[in-house]
Design a protein around this ligand. Sequence first.
Ligand code: SAM
Length: 248
Amino acid sequence: MPATPAWPPKSLPRLFVRTPLSEGASVELDAGQANYLGNVMRLGVGAELLVFDGSSGEWLAHIADAGKKRMTLTVERRTREPEVIPDVWLAFAPVKRTQTDWLVEKATELGAARLLPVITQRTIAERVKLERLGAIAIEAAEQCGRTVLPEIAEPSSLKQLLSSRDPERRLYFADEEGGDSVATAFVPGPALILTGPEGGFTDDEREAIRAAPNAVAVSLGPRILRAETATLAALAAFMAVAGDWRPY
Ligand code: SAM
C-alpha cells in the first residue's frame, strides 16, 4: 500500500506576505511575487501555494485572479501554527557583503531568533543594508519552512550591546584564545552568541566582554575559524546542545 503522500505536498511554492492572514482573506501579491508564480513557476488561477505572514503560522492559499503583473490569492486554511524557535540572538561583526549575506541566510535556516550586527574596533565592513539583509532572511525562511522571521537589529557598537543586554540573557563569547567547551557551556534559555571580526577582538574589548555579568567564553575548537564560519558553527552547536535539534 503506497504511503499516503504528505498534505500539503512539500513541493508547493511558499511565499512570505505582509498582509495579515486569516481564513478567506484576499492577498494582493507584489509584482515580483506575481512574476515568480506566473512566469517562473508558470502557475495560474486555481493553483495552490503556501503563505506565511511571520506571526500567524502557515496557510494554504490558491490563486484567485491573475493579470500581467498582478495576482490575488484567497487564503483557505491554516496548515501550521507558528513554530516556537529557541530564544537565540546572534551578535556578529559584519564582514564583507557576500559573506554577511551568506551568514544571514544560513543563520535564518539554522533558527536564529534575532540578528545583531555589532561594530567593534577591528570591524572592516561596508555599510550594513538592513533592507537587503531582510530580503535575504525572507527568502531563506521561504525555503527552509520557517513561519517566523528573524528580527534584524540596527547595527550597534560593542559598548552599546554590552550595556543594553539584559543580564538574564546569557552571553556566549566565542573566543579563539580559549574558552569553555560548548558541550558544557551551552544551556537552554535566552542566549546571546557573540563572535568577532576577521581581525578579532582587541584586548580591551575582550576584557570588557569577559567582565560582563552572566558571560562565558566558549571555544569553537583548536582552529582559527573565519568570522562567518565561527558565527554559524556557534549557532549550530547551540541548537544541537541546547536548542531545537534536541529530541525533546
Ligand atoms: N584574531 C584572530 C586572528 O586573526 O588570529 C582571528 C579572529 S577570527 C577570524 C574571527 C572571530 O571568530 C573571533 O573573534 C572569534 O569570535 C571567532 N573564532 C574563530 N575561531 C574560533 C575558535 N576556534 N574558538 C572560538 N572562537 C573563534
